[in-house]
Design a protein around this ligand. Structure first.
Ligand SMILES: [Zn+2]
Length: 164
């Protein structure tokens, strides 16, 4: 027996003939859209559970690989240091940290000139989201760490130039 047939039996057991006629009149009002406060349950989503689950991307798909961003002008921190010493007659000192300022971790190098951490400082202080290189003046965004290969060669005591 369907749930509708069971419901009809249940109504007949609870209501008189006159009440059932009122129920039918009320249901006809709903079905013929004469009752603005009551609407039949919309079972479209139950019948079509995947309707509009997929949407079109706002942008068209790429037809060619994206162009890389403009590469950083590569410099050599050793050349920058040598040029400074030649000009000023003394070597450029590493960053002098304020006692309370955050230290740049030892494993971080400048992506532009490969200057070691002692020439880098946090450009935005305690937020530590922006590094600046004292040698090439490059601002590094976001915080970049050297690639694992560089870290491995550094542990073995080889400069990055060996990899080229
Ligand atoms: Zn640099």
């Amino acid at each position: 027996m369907s749930k509708i047939a069971r419901f009809v039996i249940w109504i007949c057991s609870k209501f008189t003939k006159n009440e059932i006629e009122q129920i039918i009149a009320g249901l006809l009002d709903v079905l013929e859209d004469r009752n603005p406060e009551v609407k039949p349950k919309d079972d479209f989503k139950e019948k079509h559970p995947n309707y509009r689950n997929f949407s079109v991307d706002p942008l068209a798909p790429l037809t060619e690989p994206p162009q890389p961003e403009k590469p950083l002008p590569l410099k050599d921190y050793k050349q920058i240091l040598a040029a400074y010493e030649l000009t000023h007659g003394k070597p450029l000192s590493p960053v002098k940290y304020h006692p309370t300022s955050p230290r740049v971790p030892q494993l971080i190098v400048c992506v532009c000139c490969k200057a070691p951490h002692r020439y880098l400082y946090y450009n935005d202080g305690i937020k530590r989201t922006q590094l600046r290189c004292k040698l090439c003046h490059q601002v590094l965004l976001p915080l970049l760490s050297p690639c694992p290969l560089y870290l491995e060669t550094e542990k073995r005591g080889h400069p990055l130039q060996v990899l080229k």
